[in-house]
Write a protein that binds this ligand. Structure first.
Ligand code: HPA
Length: 253
């Protein structure tokens, strides 16, 4: 059995390119599920070998509901990835999810529909009833949070991510409903990504970048806020990755 060891970062809105990362290899991986969003980019980030995949494509043209999540995760698996940190821009719902902050969510609620959310097909030999009680990998989450604490970054260490279908943003009433459901932030991409990663046996955690207050939470135009606040969240992400990445790697066999 081949050894799986590679750490992957999936880039989201605002992170189509990763600061300080210049890949030395780009590989288009053909998968049984079609083409991934982009070639898998491989190289060193802070002296750690990583794979990087921007889920919206190289030019950020793939809307959340059109992303081939199955191909993306399959391609990462094919190059030997065992751990994934998924970056995702989100809107803040609960009070501490202030734009510019980072959140390492511990739960999610999936409101998406019509996405291919499993590798299980009619001819599959087994049914992957994955345990999804904790949808994000606890050891990887813990390591990321410990790094943030060590360097004094105000990262929010738990919260529930509502995954909406998009590509439109939500109505104010929809956000109130998500709040009543117990959601802290809203975004469009961690499902089915997290479930597919679990089916493939990868450790998957999310670093959510809060870019705006969700619809109806304040009067600022959401789209203007998304652009304004991303830079602050990205600067914190860079500090987090630089300080932590070397210690997050684990070896799977
Ligand atoms: N809603 C959904 N997805 C998002 C948002 C939002 O407010 N901000 C960034 N991604």
């Amino acid at each position: 059995m081949s050894r799986k060891y590679l750490f992957a970062i999936i880039g989201g809105t605002g992170n189509t390119q990763l600061a300080d990362f210049s890949p030395d290899r780009k590989e288009w991986i053909e998968t049984p599920w079609g083409r991934p969003s982009a070639p898998v980019m491989m190289g060193d980030l802070y002296s750690v070998p990583i794979a990087f995949l921007p889920r919206h494509g190289l030019e950020h043209k793939l809307a959340p509901h059109l992303i081939n999540y199955r191909a993306n995760l399959w391609a990462l698996d094919a190059v030997g990835v065992s751990q994934v940190l998924a970056l995702a821009a989100v809107g803040g719902i609960s009070r501490e999810m202030i734009p510019g902050r980072l959140l390492i969510p511990d739960q999610l609620i999936d409101y998406t529909h019509g996405r291919s959310e499993t590798y299980c097909e009619p001819d599959s030999e087994t049914i992957p009833h994955i345990d999804f009680t904790d949808p994000f990998d606890s050891p990887l989450r813990r390591q990321v949070i410990q790094t943030a604490e060590r360097i004094g970054l105000p990262v929010v260490s738990c919260g529930t991510y509502a995954v909406t279908q998009g590509p439109r943003l939500e109505t104010a009433a929809e956000i109130l409903r998500l709040e009543r459901d117990g959601c802290d932030v809203v975004g469009m991409t961690v499902m089915p990504e997290a479930a597919l990663a679990r089916e493939l046996g990868m450790a998957y955690a999310c670093c959510a970048l809060v870019s705006n207050w969700a619809a109806g939470k304040n009067d600022a135009p959401i789209l203007r806020d998304i652009n304004r606040n991303m830079d602050e969240a990205k600067a914190q992400l860079t500090l987090l990755l630089r300080a932590g990445l070397p210690s997050w790697i684990s070896e799977y066999s």
